[in-house]
Design a protein around this ligand. Structure first.
Ligand code: FES
Ligand SMILES: [Fe+2]
Length: 457
């Protein structure tokens, strides 16, 4: 059972603080293995990685390893990756390997040869009579894990019963479904073992409040004042408007007019800058090319709202001509969708109509000072035109990840170290712009039974 917390979603607008034990404590990291990871829905892998029936992928988190197997057009089974005989992993998952993939009709244990079908039934035991009838099917089958799909991802939940994936995703699922993320495909996908806690890492991608201090070059192209909205488990941020002038030019999402007197020019400058420094995501070739034409296609003095509307219309037509069909997203959903969503506990999705930049972080063994960090770009491609990609392990450099992510990396490690200081009096998150983070700790406390944010008095 989750522990009730006294801080409600509405209270997140107040100045709050939360402790550093979740980032630093080895005991806390060990407790997550019992209290958090076995009890939440976790995004395991993209559906596109399961092509044929029998395709399997392992998903590891902390000490747990799960085998997910495609069993039909849109159906999957998931099992704990352990043989019920004497506990050997059925599929070896060496440290340092992102995930193990293959195609099998049967899983044969490497130790004594017990064999399992893709339904998890045991279909072979050497010398079964020696057990004198004690080996009933429920003792010899694989341990099942709940599995479902949404958004083009396969998700797992180790808790045998509980809320459905749809219920878990709550409003985030309803809003993001309009973006048809399931029709996007990987453009690139990268991972690294990084020297900070998994929470330090994901929190570096929860708020645009850091843009002014970290990505200073972006200030030439746009304003980055942000709002954040907490739902129950999940949260969203978007670009906010402090004044009327900004309201005219700034939208909540990444595809917006930039800073400057001529929105035809600033829209292109911002889109190009984002695209080139975000490792060619956060926009698309089509959007950047259409933005570049704005100065030719629109008269000087066109208001920002009309510039954005024209940009979207012409990019949509360009994409349609190459076989990329945009989903129709109602204006109110577009507004609610904002810039980027944080799905509890370890996912961030920055969405556009034709692209998404996604992050996932996971613990690295029992070490609170390390994590597995992953970022990947999704894009809407013409049928059959998506590139073949694999998970690439990459050093955290600008060459590998783009200038903007390298700037984020250049904080995370030092946040992890700084929080250990005796001189650190505790966190002071921004009540307007960093509410995704306080909501994350509010939810974390429910699972962990400790660490609830408290009001700064
Ligand atoms: S541990 Fe798997 S067959 Fe013995
Ligand atoms: Fe950043």
């Amino acid at each position: 059972m989750n522990k009730p917390v006294s801080i409600a979603v509405e209270d997140l607008a107040q100045p709050l603080t939360y402790g550093v034990a979740p980032f630093l404590s080895p005991d806390y990291a060990r407790a997550e293995k019992d209290r958090l990871w076995p009890r939440v829905w976790q995004l395991a892998e993209r559906v596109e990685d399961f092509r044929d029936v029998g395709d399997f992928v392992t998903y590891n988190v902390a000490d747990e390893s799960i085998i997910i197997i495609k069993t039909g057009e849109d159906s999957y089974n998931a099992f704990h990756n352990v043989c019920p005989h004497r506990g050997r992993q059925l599929v070896d998952t060496p440290d340092g390997v992102h995930s193990v993939r293959g195609n099998r009709r049967n899983f044969v244990c490497g130790f004594h040869g017990w064999t399992f079908d893709t339904e998890g039934n045991n279909v072979y035991i050497l010398d079964q009579d020696d057990w004198k009838g004690a080996l009933t099917p429920d003792r010899t089958c694989l341990s099942r894990v709940r599995v479902d799909s949404w958004g083009g991802w396969v998700w797992i939940n180790m808790e045998p019963e509980g809320e459905t994936l749809t219920a878990f995703l709550e409003r985030a699922g309803e809003v993001l479904t309009h973006f048809e993320l399931d029709k996007m495909r990987y453009k690139w996908r990268q991972w690294a073992v990084y020297p900070c806690n998994w929470k330090t890492a994901i929190e570096a991608f929860m708020e645009p409040y850091h843009v002014a201090g970290t990505h200073t070059q972006l200030l030439d192209y746009g304003d980055y004042y942000a709002y954040s909205v907490a739902y129950d488990k999940h949260s969203v941020s978007g670009f906010d408007q402090k004044g009327l002038a900004a309201k005219m030019s700034q939208g909540g999402s990444v595809s917006r007019a930039g800073k400057g007197n001529d929105p035809r020019v600033s829209t292109y400058a911002l889109a190009r800058e984002n695209y080139e420094t975000l490792n060619y995501t956060g926009s698309s070739d089509t959007l950047v090319a259409a933005a570049k034409r704005l100065v030719e296609e629109l008269p000087e003095g066109t208001p920002a709202g009309e510039v954005i509307a024209h940009w979207m219309k012409s990019a949509k037509a360009d994409d349609a001509a190459r076989g990329v069909v945009w989903p129709e997203i109602p204006a109110d959903i577009m507004a609610e969708a904002g810039l980027a969503w944080s799905l509890f506990p370890n996912i961030t999705i920055l969405q556009g109509v034709t692209f998404a930049l996604c992050y996932r972080t996971r613990p690295y063994g029992d070490d609170p000072d390390k994590c597995i960090f992953e970022a990947y770009a999704l894009e809407r491609f013409p049928d059959g035109a998506a590139p073949a990609t694999e998970w690439r392990e990459c050093d955290p450099t600008a060459e590998q990840w783009g200038a903007v992510l390298a700037q984020d990396f250049a904080n995370m490690e030092w946040v992890q170290k700084g929080m250990k200081s005796r001189g650190f009096r505790g966190t002071l998150p921004n009540p307007h712009q960093e509410r995704k983070i306080t909501n994350f700790h509010r939810n974390l406390a429910k699972f962990m039974g400790t660490g609830e944010p408290r009001l700064l008095k």
